[in-house]
Design a protein around this ligand. Structure first.
Ligand code: NAP
Ligand code: MG
Length: 498
């Protein structure tokens, strides 16, 4: 007999639970008992509360991470066993994929289908990829010559050692994925961690913390302190017991992190903002380039550090590309992330809505033409219409600054010799796109672009094996791939006189 009562989803059950943060294997409230509100950005309503941890909680978490780093089941664990725990985390993410995708969609606003197809499997894959590195972190034996000691013999080699206790501060645009990007390699190297998720999107990190305990991670190895950036985040960045800070977020806060870390010269890696050029040449396959350029900016509502927000189009095809991208923009179905028809959800917060609409108004005041979109959608929630702007240039804030919303400025160019200097004319250097069928043109342009990632005839492709990070003010260091392992290790040179 069918029952009329629908079973609650796992995510709904999780939402009903009292939220605590994870310190030293215990689920705890903030020491001061304060909480912060968690919003559903599609309705602009509070859906949950999590602890608002601050400096005192960070102290406890750092002390727990230090104990776990120095003397624990974790510090004594073989590399192979460490790899197995990390692999299990990846497997458990996949087993709980529906729940995690629903939480992510509800908390961040992104379409459920996108969270289920991209955020969650990519997060799992990162752990699965990093699990293999646990057993493959090694130094080298080095034949040294030592000219000032003729005839002497030495045995020399390097050791790769975990950097220690790591503070990880992450943003709200890909909450689960950013946690995975940071936790996976830190765990593979044997570090211990204090993770601070963004105040806007703490839910999936707390659920991931449960998963990590279920996977067999010993107490204190990963501690998750929810709280505000100015309190919990700042305390973590300045904490003398932390050996390294890994940060993703705004360039502005990235600079604060560097200053906070300067007192004790802790290691810092930063993945910051961008204003990425996406270049369409007239010889490109426009049937690919037009949807590609739309995806480059509108994926995740433009809330991507690598969003293709400056669209440079060769003059001959400018009108066609502008019309094509604008048409696609106007067709995107905007709605709540949990609605199966939705292609673009709300922005993450009221603050972000205000920021993005503020940019749109400044463009309008400065005479930039809005081809499509240009305004807020609906009265509830934080929705903005996918927007294409024409005629913006240097001196316009919409052109110069990172908007971090679904807003692209299209710019024509005549001479392909001008494109590299134009594309590079920004303080950022995170990513760039090239659309062309001319192999020579692509290969000549790639080395001229000052960007950490260059996509050719594609955009927004990420993989656990592919390093990601920025030139210039887009950051320090790289996430993912083998490169990130070096960001979580110190090299010790050993020299033995024989
Ligand atoms: P943000 O302020 O840089 O936040 C990123 C993380 O840093 C959050 O966990 C935040 O905590 C924390 N934080 C804030 N102030 C801090 C401080 N003084 N010390 C230590 N940690 C601190 O970014 P946002 O306000 O969420 O977004 C603003 C802009 O950041 C966006 O418009 C975009 O330009 C950029 N952004 C970039 C990325 C990226 O992937 N590169 C992602 C998101 C945002 P709370 O959130 O709890 O305050
Ligand atoms: Mg939220």
């Amino acid at each position: 007999m069918a029952t009329a009562v629908q079973a609650k989803s796992h995510a709904a059950v999780f939402l009903e639970q009292d939220k605590r943060m994870l310190i030293d294997g215990d689920w705890v409230q903030a020491r001061h008992g304060r909480t912060l509100e968690v919003y559903d950005p599609a309705r602009g309503e509070v859906i949950d509360h999590v602890p608002a941890g601050d400096a005192e909680d960070i102290d406890l978490a750092v002390a727990a991470a230090r104990r776990a780093f120095e003397d624990s089941d974790w510090s004594r664990m073989s590399a192979s066993d460490r790899g197995r725990v990390i692999w299990r985390i990846g497997d458990l993410i996949l087993e709980n994929a529906d729940e995690l995708a629903e939480l992510e969609s509800l908390d961040n606003g992104k379409p459920l289908g996108v969270a289920r197809a991209a955020d969650v499997p990519l997060a799992a894959d990162l752990f699965l990829y990093m699990a293999g590195f646990a057993t493959k972190i090694h130094g080298q034996t080095l034949p040294i010559s030592v000219p000032f000691a003729p005839g002497a013999q030495f045995h020399s080699y390097t050791l790769k050692e975990p950097i220690g206790v790591v503070g990880q501060i992450i943003p709200w645009n890909f909450p689960l994925l950013m946690a995975a990007w940071k936790l996976g390699p830190a765990l593979a190297t044997g570090c211990t961690i204090v993770l601070k998720p963004a105040e806007q999107t703490p839910l999936s990190a707390l659920r991931l913390a449960e998963i990590m305990l279920d996977a067999g991670l010993p107490d204190g190895v990963v501690n998750v302190v929810t709280g505000f950036g100015e309190t919990a985040g700042a305390a973590l960045a300045a904490h003398p017991g932390v050996d390294k800070i890994a940060f993703t977020g705004s360039t502005e806060v990235g600079k604060l992190i560097v200053k906070a870390a300067a007192d004790d010269l802790k290691r810092v890696t930063l993945e910051l903002g961008g204003k990425s050029p996406n270049v369409v040449f007239a010889d490109a396959d426009l049937e690919m380039a037009i949807p590609g350029a739309a995806n480059a900016i509108f994926f995740n509502h433009g809330q991507c550090c690598c969003a293709g927000s400056r669209l440079y189009v060769e003059q001959k095809v400018y009108d066609d590309v502008l019309a094509g991208v604008s048409e696609r923009a106007s067709q995107i179905k905007v709605g709540p992330g949990l609605d199966p028809d939705t292609e673009m959800g709300p922005l993450v917060s009221a603050e972000q809505l205000e920021r993005v609409t503020g940019y749109l108004q400044s463009g309008e005041r400065e005479g930039v033409r809005t081809v499509t979109g240009g305004k807020q959608v609906g009265e509830h929630g934080y929705f903005v219409a996918p927007t294409v702007l024409d005629g913006a240039g240097k001196g316009n804030r919409v052109f110069d600054e990172e908007i971090f919303g679904p807003v692209v400025t299209a710019i024509p160019f005549k001479d392909s010799a001008d494109i590299a200097p134009a594309a590079n004319e920004t303080v950022y250097g995170l990513a760039a796109g090239i659309w062309t069928n001319n192999l020579t043109r692509a290969h000549r342009l790639i080395p001229q672009l000052r960007a950490g990632t260059v996509w050719v005839n594609t955009y927004n492709i990420f993989d656990a094996a592919l390093p990601f990070g920025g030139y210039k003010q887009s950051g320090w260091g790289r996430e993912m791939g083998e490169e990130v392992i070096h960001e979580y290790t110190e090299t010790k040179s050993v020299c033995i006189g024989l």
